[in-house]
Design a protein around this ligand. Structure first.
Ligand SMILES: [Zn+2]
Length: 289
């Protein structure tokens, strides 16, 4: 009797143990999977070594030019795609933002225009904004480009050549059409969306130079603006970007001022769903960095 009881309790223990192991394994895989899907967090401040290298350089030129950072502008079809949803601005809001800025008499310039002004080679309207789009998603062609044309406003799209023709990204032919437009400046965003900070020099050189050369030769354009994937850069990266012939580079660091000293780590703002006055605040208050 006692033996049978013990046997049954052993069996129960074994069953519980099996269920426990099974659940642990399942949650491990779910966690692992969700980590894979998590975007690498962007760099949000100037790295110490870069701060060090400019601490004695006096800024000569400074403009309050908010550079707005967009990724997706579309009506997201898959409700479960939380990453895309978090990076998305619906086209209706985007159009409202353009209307707000246009009605306020703000000029839409490109990063190339800003770099020229910082180099003292051209002047810009002091009330200017730059619209920038990272990664070259398909919706830049289907949703953004028509709005740019409708309002005749300029924008910059930072392209990752090895992303072209993927289902979610611009096709080569779409980019060829965009490249013909005087409204859009095409900038480079590395060949493979590489996290450049801390990468071996030859890899950085390949990612930076090759993306410029690829875009210039395939789309018959001059590429002088660069965007760091994940906003990640260090002194080595800046050196390579300069040497490759770029005139500016943008980060994901928050700020509305563009100075000649930070021409190779320009700040940007995620406009979110701001429209109307809350969007125009970016142009008004000195309290913002
Ligand atoms: Zn990117």
């Amino acid at each position: 009797m006692a033996m049978a009881k013990k046997h049954r309790s052993n069996q129960l223990n074994f069953t519980l143990f099996t269920i426990f192991t099974f659940l642990t394994l399942i949650s491990f895989f779910i966690l692992k999977e969700s980590n894979f899907n998590k975007p690498i967090p962007g760099v949000v401040e100037i790295p110490k070594e870069v701060q060090e290298s400019i601490k004695n350089v006096k800024p000569q030129k400074s403009f309050r030019v908010p550079i707005l950072l967009y990724h997706y502008v579309e009506y997201v079809k898959d409700e479960g795609d939380t990453i895309r949803k978090s990076l998305n601005i619906v086209p209706f809001i985007f159009e409202q933002q353009i209307k707000t800025l246009k009605n306020a008499g703000i000029s839409f310039i490109t990063t190339a225009d800003l770099a020229n002004a910082l180099d003292d080679k051209a002047s810009i309207d002091p009330k200017s904004v730059i619209l920038t789009f990272d990664d070259g998603y398909r919706d830049f062609y289907t949703d953004v480009f028509p709005i740019l044309k409708k309002y005749q406003v300029k924008a910059v799209v930072y392209i990752v050549p090895n992303f072209l023709d993927l289902p979610n990204n611009l096709t080569t032919w779409q980019l060829k059409e965009i490249a013909q437009s005087p409204l859009v400046e095409i900038g480079a965003h590395t060949m493979n969306h590489a996290y450049l900070s801390g990468l071996p020099l030859n890899r950085v050189e390949y990612e930076v130079k090759q993306s410029k050369e690829y875009l210039e030769s395939n789309f018959e354009i001059k590429v002088t603006s660069f965007a760091y994937p994940y906003g990640a850069f260090d002194n080595q990266t800046i050196g390579v970007v300069k040497k490759a012939g770029f005139k500016s580079a943008v980060t994901a660091i928050y700020g509305v001022f563009a100075l000649d000293v930070n021409k190779f780590f320009l700040y940007r703002i995620r406009p979110g769903v701001r429209t109307g006055d809350s969007l125009l605040e970016l142009f008004r208050f000195e309290s913002l960095k």
